[in-house]
Design a protein around this ligand. Structure first.
Ligand SMILES: *Cc1c(COP(=O)(O)O)cnc(C)c1O
Length: 436
């Protein structure tokens, strides 16, 4: 490591406590100080380039320092940087909300601004509970799928099921029930899972405010994928039993699954949809809870009836973030992003053909621009994900496996050549951890 990289790393470790990290790891594992980014590439202070194959935690879709998004933010910066959204409004928030209503499933008519994914989930849960209360029903329980992930604040953590994040805090959590996620992408698995959902709703729907799901792909749960039929059935059942359906599209939204929103694969309209991550092209923290006219109306009355949704965050609907989102949506409007992504997905899957012959590859699955390779024969203490991560960095690719699941979730602007490089480094990485 050059002295500049090293110097920044040392100064960092004196004061910064990094997210999702056992800090002691950094006694041996170097931090990578990033100086700049352009397109799919991140550059460190030694001018090493890394292909960002995980879109910087699944947020970046049109590349780092995208000229169009940069320009939009710069223009907004000289106009209005921020204003409170209670009693006031601004043009980027208004324009963005109109666009979101137009492009999301039909029933979603209102936009509640929040400022990060977990907070959007919190707001959706509170709204759902409060809706039922405003309608004279006390439903204090949320239902979620096994292996789910919805964020890490207390409410969001409660409806998640990744034990690595959740277990420690068990005593702090709010009431949650879980039902099995379909075990794979088959129609049969969806049917089996729907049977257990129906059974549970039949018994407990009186207590349950909402079912929250990650439509089609459970991201942090290891890129687990299931069939759209499950969403079709879940929408039908939740309607029947007066339970809301919350589609958490924080990771799947904005084209990641092959359609603009994962719900479109099932042609369903949920009661709530949470969006964040790619919303701003991966630039700035912003999130929304989209909901229906019915939900909105349950809160709409004279002030003294005390039914308003009194929830807020300081940076709710920040204009700079809204400007970044508007620029991002314009790229979708003007370019055939989804069409190009379809070709790239096919190309990635074809390139993975030879992986099947590696003894430690259990299976490969794909949904749109998410491709996952499941490795077998390791226990968690071996930390093979970390080994592949370290190897890939030496080769100029940022891969960040989730345990035994190596995945690709690159920015959409990745070129075919860059895909080749990403795939070949992954192949060599998997070969490296192959046991003799
Ligand atoms: C990332 C994610 C969240 C949490 O968003 P943060 O902005 O990290 O709080 C919630 N749900 C899903 C499905 C996610 O992928």
């Amino acid at each position: 490591m050059t002295s500049k990289n090293n110097e920044i790393m040392q100064r960092d470790l004196e004061v910064i406590w990094h997210p999702c990290t056992q800090m002691k790891d950094h006694e041996t594992l170097p931090l990578i100080p990033i100086k700049s980014g352009k397109g799919v590439y991140l550059y460190d202070f030694d001018d090493n380039a890394y292909i960002d194959a995980v879109s910087s935690w699944w947020v970046n879709i049109f590349g780092h320092c995208n000229t169009r998004i940069n320009d939009r933010i710069k223009a907004q910066l000289d106009t209005l940087e921020h204003v409170l959204l209670a009693g006031f409004t601004h043009e980027p928030a208004v324009e963005l909300a109109h666009k979101l209503v137009k492009m999301t499933p039909q029933e979603l008519k209102k936009v509640f601004y929040v400022d990060n994914g977990s907070s959007a989930v919190e707001a959706a849960l509170k709204m759902s509970y409060h809706y039922h209360l405003n309608n004279g029903k006390r439903k204090p329980v949320f239902l979620s799928l096994s292996n789910s992930y919805h964020g890490e604040t207390i409410g969001a953590l409660s409806v998640g099921d990744v034990s690595l994040y959740k277990e420690t805090y068990e005593q702090l959590l709010i009431q949650n029930m879980q039902v099995d996620v379909p075990k794979d992408q088959s129609v049969e698995a969806a049917e089996v899972a729907l049977e257990s959902l129906e059974k549970l709703l039949k018994e407990k729907s009186d207590e349950i405010a909402a079912l929250i799901v990650e439509p089609l792909i459970q991201g942090a749960g290891g890129m687990h994928m299931y069939h759209p039929d499950y969403l079709v059935g879940a929408r039908k059942l939740t309607k029947m039993y007066d339970v809301h359906l919350i589609a958490d599209e924080i990771m799947t939204g904005f084209g990641r699954t092959g359609k603009m929103f994962a719900c479109e694969h099932a042609n369903i309209s949920p009661d709530f949809m949470t969006l964040s991550k790619a919303l701003t092209g991966g630039y700035l923290p912003l999130s929304v809870v989209m909901t229906t006219e019915d939900v909105y109306q349950a809160f709409y009355c004279d002030y003294n009836e005390h039914k308003a949704f009194l929830h807020s965050h300081s940076y709710t609907g920040n204009p700079l973030a809204c400007a970044a989102a508007l620029a991002t949506l314009e790229i979708f409007e003007e370019e055939d992003v989804l069409g190009e992504n379809t070709k790239k997905s096919v190309y990635i899957m074809d390139a993975l053909e030879k992986f099947h012959s590696l003894d430690n590859v259990a299976s490969i699955r794909q949904q749109g621009m998410v491709t996952a390779i499941e490795l077998k024969g390791y226990d968690s203490t071996e930390r093979i994900g970390l080994k592949i991560y370290e190897y890939a960095l030496t080769q100029g690719v940022l891969l960040r496996p989730l345990g035994n699941i190596l995945y690709f979730m690159p920015p959409y602007i990745i070129t075919y050549e860059e895909i080749d490089k990403m795939v070949s480094v992954a192949y060599e990485g998997i070969k490296k951890v192959l046991k003799a």
